[in-house]
Design a protein around this ligand. Structure first.
Ligand SMILES: NC(=O)c1ccc[n+]([C@@H]2O[C@H](COP(=O)([O-])OP(=O)(O)OC[C@H]3O[C@@H](n4cnc5c(N)ncnc54)[C@H](OP(=O)(O)O)[C@@H]3O)[C@@H](O)[C@H]2O)c1
Length: 291
């Protein structure tokens, strides 16, 4: 295979949290990107409408032939997926992988953007997908960034309750990376690295390493802190998911250096691939949340 960087990129599941930031990051460096949205998607309204490097088409994600025809027609090298985990999108990725394989896509970037997923338990669907992609011979690039800096108010149910809920002691460090940094990183490495560095690779990045107690301290007592065993469920969508995510912190599982095979965290590994974005200054949680 040629070692010239990939040239043609598409994305499925471009939603507000990470997909659209990735689209904007491509456009910011003048790289063309094709958005393949579901027929019913309203997220497309948040995309720029005046950039000739952006093309938007619609397809039924449950039809491998429909998605594959679009990928082939646009000679797509790399398909990025940012489909939802919480609402079942990752379970639907197998069809998208079949379509990519059928169309000759060279690299699939699955919807990861968290920590290395375990074979069972929280986010195991991401692990299952990686196994599936391997089984059909579709190369993947998996990006582990820990938590997005922006999720702190959501993770602690501050958004809904006005209080920071801390499950457990909050003394283990995790990784935080701002979404513009994750998005910029994805666009940067996909357009600059030789394919051999990206095919069947896992990259681990970390904007800031901190415990939840340290993050809560950034609020300097401006909001009440509730120590609890689980988040309140009333009016808190996916409360159980968020509780499980906080429990992951307690064992080091919120670090980009988390290794599910050994159930251990490697702090040095967590930022191992930051260096692929040479000279980049990573945003802190305080900067992103204005604390
Ligand atoms: N590390 C972190 O802190 C963090 C935080 C949030 C998310 N993430 C990760 O980022 C990835 C994207 O999550 P998100 O929160 O950004 O997702 P999201 O915005 O809720 O949704 C992203 C896209 O998923 C599509 N989608 C919804 N249901 C689907 C289904 N059943 N089948 C196929 N596609 C479906 C939506 O399509 P339409 O536009 O058609 O509705 C939307 O464009 C996930 O892997 C998630 O775990 C990480």
């Amino acid at each position: 295979m040629s070692e010239a960087p990939f040239k043609s990129f598409a994305i499925v599941g471009a939603g507000p949290h990470i997909g659209i930031p990735i689209v904007k990051a491509f456009l910011a460096i003048g790289a063309p990107i094709l958005v393949i949205a579901r027929p019913t998607s309203t997220n497309t309204s948040a995309l720029p409408d005046d950039d000739s490097n952006l093309k938007v088409v619609r397809a039924d994600y449950t039809s491998a032939s429909e998605v594959s025809a679009i990928l082939r027609e646009n000679k797509v090298d790399v398909l990025i997926s940012t489909v939802t985990l919480v609402f079942g999108g990752v379970l639907a990725q197998n069809v998208l992988a079949d379509a990519a394989k059928e169309a000759g896509v060279k690299l699939f970037v699955p919807s990861e953007f968290g920590t290395a997923p375990p074979a069972s338990g929280l986010s195991h669907e991401k692990h299952d997908f990686a196994v599936y992609a391997k089984s059909i011979g579709l190369p993947t690039l998996r990006v582990y960034n820990g938590l997005f800096n922006e999720v702190v108010p959501w993770l602690t149910a501050l958004t809904e309750t006005g209080k920071l809920h801390l499950v457990g002691k909050g003394e283990m460090a995790g990784s935080f990376t701002a979404t513009p940094d994750v998005a910029g990183y994805v666009a940067h490495i996909l357009t600059t690295q030789p394919p051999s560095r990206l095919l069947d690779a896992e990259v681990r990045i970390e904007g800031q390493r901190a415990t939840l107690s340290e993050i809560i301290a950034l609020y300097k007592g401006s909001v009440p802190v509730v120590h609890c065993d689980a988040l309140p469920t009333e009016g808190v969508v996916a409360a159980e998911f968020r509780t499980l995510l906080q429990r992951r912190f307690e064992v080091g599982g919120a670090s980009s250096g988390w290794k599910p095979e050994t159930g251990s965290d490697d702090a040095e590994l967590a930022s191992k691939d930051n260096s692929l974005w040479e000279g980049h200054r990573w945003l802190t949680v305080g900067e992103v949340l204005g604390l």
